[in-house]
Design a protein around this ligand. Structure first.
Ligand code: ADP
Ligand code: MG
Length: 637
């Protein structure tokens, strides 16, 4: 190659190594990738030409041409779209700027088998050409520019860019692949037709095929013949679109490679007219929790692509949705900023949120086992994100609560909806009980739910980071209060006991008078370290626990905010005592007299409750000393 050669960025090198060395079974997808890029390039030009009509010049019909030259073993995919400048060629085809491939590169393990599976899940865009080609030559002229440039690479050593010596390409990009010996099938007419129909039929511009046969005389290609449908998929009647076509389109718009979990395709008529084709994925995008992650819904106006970053087209909690919205009402020649501020987009947003939630509800209601399982898998992947809507989108809160599924004490790995929960509430149970914390395992063992467990009262176990946030706002559902077992006063005494549960003799409560005295003394000893000390109605096995005061924030939420520097200090906790616990009974007896150890015991009790709750000890060294003293005495005695 020429001496202007530049090396690929390191990540590109890694991707290319894999692409070239893998025996990837689905090599034909390179064509889908190139057509997808060509189609994007045409969309971009159409948008830019709204404000600069001269860019279209004498060549206003956007199209994609495939030229299969069997004589010379060359396959060329050309478009008359936006094209690339010299800088863009170097940037777009020499580095990994876009998130999809960058993520792919991050995930590479070095284990060829696993990595090849990854290609299937991500696609590697342009670089996939090196599965079938020894050499790729990309000639491009950006719309409106005088020079064209040629980028060439063997996919190994790097790439070179030179000014194009020919005038042939007026605008756009032509990618010529020097096919490997074992990839000559991609020059065959029927193979090309089949691949285009399978993967690219939804592409909105015409794709035209021209052939130079190996045995023909002369070099003149056959007349172009359109081999795709060539109208935007979302404008076609639903009855004429197959699942397979929907799926291919989904792969194209979302750069995803999974099966869509749900889709909605509709046309809204009336005050606002628009068509929507939206998809919910079945697997979780790797950047779902990246704050820069945006939804993948592209905005079109009368078939013309306008933008893929109209942020307020969907709320954050639907950031996994992708697809297109094509409006009939928005003006074409208006800036994205103006659209962003106008009133049409918020109206469309409101309506499409409803459509998506309705479709999810249909899915959630499905009766058969397989459909149920796939809904639960969806919820497992995206539930934590949808729950953000519980506090962000008051208007749809009830709908979201219907969609929500929870882990609970009812089973170890099942999910429960609020309706199911309410249907199996115990006689006498007044509220929906929940507890929020850092992990399922910790929650299942929390002291705060001992009494509920003993009485057979189901408790929802909330371990997603968003849970405490919405709990602050969702205080009831279906007429039942939602109560946290880690907060305020909880009284389960009205719940009927399971008859088969015998009262144990050792569960005698401490004498009420003694207990009262103990509590009074503890309050003095602990001073302002706690907001209250009281008898607990939620403990069974444990001696003590911490709970938040009635009006306080959830303890977990406070810990979260504090760890993110959004809160200076935690509020004071309530210390609750289990009057039936041996330790509490002994302390109650002990508290009758003055005892020099009382203050240390009080501190130990509080520290123990803190540890169980997962809170840090203000003075761990003091805890250690006290603990050692008492254990040593116990061992001696
Ligand atoms: P992606 O399409 O996901 O961005 P690709 O690897 O397929 O990733 O392409 C990388 C970039 O190269 C594209 O984002 C685009 O900017 C540019 N590009 C590729 N093909 C073309 C083309 N035919 N016309 C204009 N730009 C293109
Ligand atoms: Mg691409």
């Amino acid at each position: 190659m020429s001496d202007t050669m530049q090396p690929f960025e390191a990540d590109v090198g890694r991707v290319l190594d894999l692409v070239i060395n893998s025996l990837y079974k689905d090599r034909e997808i390179f064509l889908r990738e190139l057509i997808s890029n060509a189609s994007d390039a045409c969309d971009k030009l159409r948008y830019e030409s709204l404000s600069r009509p001269e860019l279209l010049g004498t060549d206003p019909d956007l199209e994609i041409t495939i030229l299969a030259d069997a004589k010379n073993g060359l396959l060329t995919i050309a478009d008359n779209g936006i094209g690339m400048s010299r800088e863009e060629l170097a940037e777009n085809l020499g580095t990994i700027a876009r998130s999809g491939t960058a993520r792919f590169a991050e995930l590479l393990t070095g284990d060829a088998k696993k990595d090849v599976d990854l290609i299937g899940r991500f696609g590697v865009g342009f670089y996939s050409v090196f599965m079938v080609a020894d050499k790729a030559v990309v000639t491009s002229r950006r719309a409106g520019e005088s020079s064209a440039w040629v980028w060439a690479s063997d996919g190994r050593s790097g790439f070179a860019i030179e000014e194009s010596p020919t005038e042939a390409l007026k605008r756009g990009t032509a990618i010529t692949l020097h096919l490997k010996d074992d990839a000559k099938e991609f020059l065959e007419e029927w193979t090309l037709r089949r691949i285009v129909r399978t993967h690219s039929d939804h592409v909105a511009m015409p794709i035209r095929l021209r052939l130079i046969k190996a045995d023909q005389e002369g070099d003149e290609p056959s007349a172009p013949e359109q081999i795709n449908e060539g109208s935007a998929l979302w404008t076609r009647p639903k009855s004429e679109i197959t699942d397979e076509q929907y799926k291919e389109f989904y792969h194209h718009v979302s750069h995803a490679f999974d099966e869509p979990f749900a889709r909605v395709h509709f046309t809204a008529e009336g005050l606002l007219e628009y068509t929507g084709l939206l998809f919910v994925p079945s697997t979780r995008p790797f950047d779902l929790y990246d704050p820069r992650r945006a939804h993948g819904v592209k905005l079109y106006v009368k078939r013309v692509f306008i933008t893929s970053s109209m942020e307020n087209l969907l709320p954050r909690y639907l950031r996994f949705v992708s697809g297109v919205i094509d409006s009939q009402d928005l003006p074409l020649n208006v800036s994205r900023e103006t659209l962003q501020q106008g009133s049409v987009v918020p109206k469309i947003r409101k309506a499409i949120v409803r459509r998506i939630l309705d479709e999810l509800k249909n899915k959630a209601k499905a009766e058969d086992k397989e459909a149920q399982d796939s809904y639960l898998a969806f919820w497992g992947n995206f539930g934590a994100v949808l729950k953000e809507g519980l506090y962000e989108d008051q208007e749809n809160r009830e709908r979201l609560l219907e969609l929500a599924r929870f882990r609970s004490t009812h089973s170890t790995d099942g999910w429960v909806s609020l309706d199911e929960y309410v249907a199996r509430m115990k006689p006498g149970q007044e509220a929906i009980y929940v507890i929020a914390g850092e992990s399922q395992a910790a929650l299942r063992n929390s002291p705060q739910l001992e009494e509920a467990r003993a009485k057979g009262v189901e408790v929802l176990l909330l371990d997603d980071q968003v849970d405490p946030f919405w709990l602050e706002q969702v205080t009831s559902h279906g007429g039942k209060p939602v109560k946290s077992l880690a907060k305020g006063d909880v009284d389960l005494s009205a719940v009927e006991k399971d008859t088969n549960e015998p009262e144990k003799a050792e569960e005698q409560a401490a004498d009420q008078g003694d207990l009262g005295r103990l509590i009074a003394k503890l309050k003095v000893a602990l001073g302002d370290q706690v907001s209250d000390v009281r008898e607990s109605k939620r403990l069974r096995q444990s001696a003590v626990c911490l709970v938040a005061g009635d009006d306080a924030m959830d303890m977990r939420l406070e810990r979260f905010l504090k760890s993110h520097n959004q809160l200076d200090s935690l509020t004071k906790r309530v210390l609750e005592l289990n009057p039936r616990h041996d330790l509490v009974r002994r302390l109650a007896t002990l508290a009758k007299d003055d005892n020099p150890d009382f203050n240390d015991l009080a501190e130990l009790l509080l520290d123990q409750a803190r540890i169980v709750e997962g809170e840090t000890l203000p003075d761990p060294a003091a805890f250690g000393r006290r603990m050692s003293t008492f254990v040593a005495r116990g061992l001696a005695g």
